[in-house]
Design a binder for this molecule. Structure first.
Ligand code: GAR
Length: 190
C-alpha cells in the first residue's frame, strides 16, 4: 500500500507551480502524489499540463453553476472520493467559500507573490512595483475566507531594484517553485 500524501492542486492559469509540485512528486523528492487538478478556466494551460502528467483534472466554468456553494460541493465530492489530504492553491484566482473551507479546514494552503500582508489580490507584483518596494517575496499561508489571508507558513524575500514586472515574475516564480515544494514536504512530514 502506498503511504504517499494525497494532494490536489487548484490553478487558473499557466500552472508552473503545479508543474513544480507534480515533478517533485514524480522524482520522489516529495513523498506525495498529485491525484487531482481543479481549474476554473477550462482553456487554461494547466489543463494541458495535467494531461501530460496523466493526472485527473476537474475543469469547470463557475457560470454553469447557480452558486459558489454548488460548484464547491462538486469539488468537495471529488476531493473526498480521492481521499485528498492536502489542497494546494497555485494561482487559483478565486476566493474559497465556506463549503470547501469547512470540509477541508486547516488542509488548504495558498501561494502568493508578495510578502503578505502587503499586496493582496491580483497583480501583487505590479502593485509592489508601483509602490516602489525594493524587497519582493513570496508567501505560503493557510487559507481562510479572506483574500490572501490566513496564517503564514513560509515566506522568502529577494532584492530587486529595477522596474520590470516581467523580471520580478521570473525571479519570483523560481523562488515559488522551490519554496512550495519545501513547504509541502514539511507539512506532509509532520
Ligand atoms: C503565482 O505567481 C502565484 O503566486 C499567483 O499566481 C501565479 C500562478 O502562476 N497567485 C496569486 O496571485 C494568488 N493571489 P502559475 O500558474 O504559473 O503557477
Amino acid at each position: 500500500m502506498s503511504n504517499k500524501a494525497k494532494i490536489a492542486v487548484f490553478a487558473s492559469g499557466v500552472g508552473s507551480n503545479f508543474d513544480a509540485i507534480a515533478s517533485a512528486c514524480k522524482r520522489g523528492e516529495l513523498n506525495a502524489e498529485v491525484l487531482l487538478v481543479v481549474c476554473d478556466k477550462p482553456q487554461a494551460e494547466v489543463v494541458n499540463k495535467a494531461k501530460q502528467y496523466d493526472i485527473e483534472c476537474f475543469s469547470f466554468n463557475p457560470k454553469d453553476y447557480a452558486s459558489k456553494s454548488d460548484y464547491e460541493c462538486e469539488i468537495v465530492a471529488r476531493l473526498d472520493a480521492l481521499g485528498i489530504e492536502l489542497v494546494c492553491l497555485a494561482g487559483y484566482m478565486r476566493i474559497v467559500g465556506d463549503t470547501l473551507l469547512n470540509a477541508y479546514e486547516g488542509r488548504i494552503i495558498n501561494i502568493h507573490p508578495s510578502l503578505l500582508p502587503a499586496f493582496r489580490g491580483a497583480n501583487a507584483v505590479e502593485q509592489a512595483l508601483e509602490y516602489g518596494v525594493k524587497v519582493f517575496g513570496v508567501t505560503i499561508h493557510y487559507v481562510d475566507s479572506s483574500l490572501d489571508g490566513g496564517k503564514i507558513i513560509a515566506q522568502r524575500a529577494f532584492d530587486y531594484e529595477g522596474d520590470s514586472a516581467e523580471e520580478v515574475h521570473r525571479i519570483g516564480h523560481a523562488v515559488e517553485h522551490k519554496l512550495y515544494v519545501e513547504t509541502i514536504k514539511k507539512i506532509i512530514n509532520r
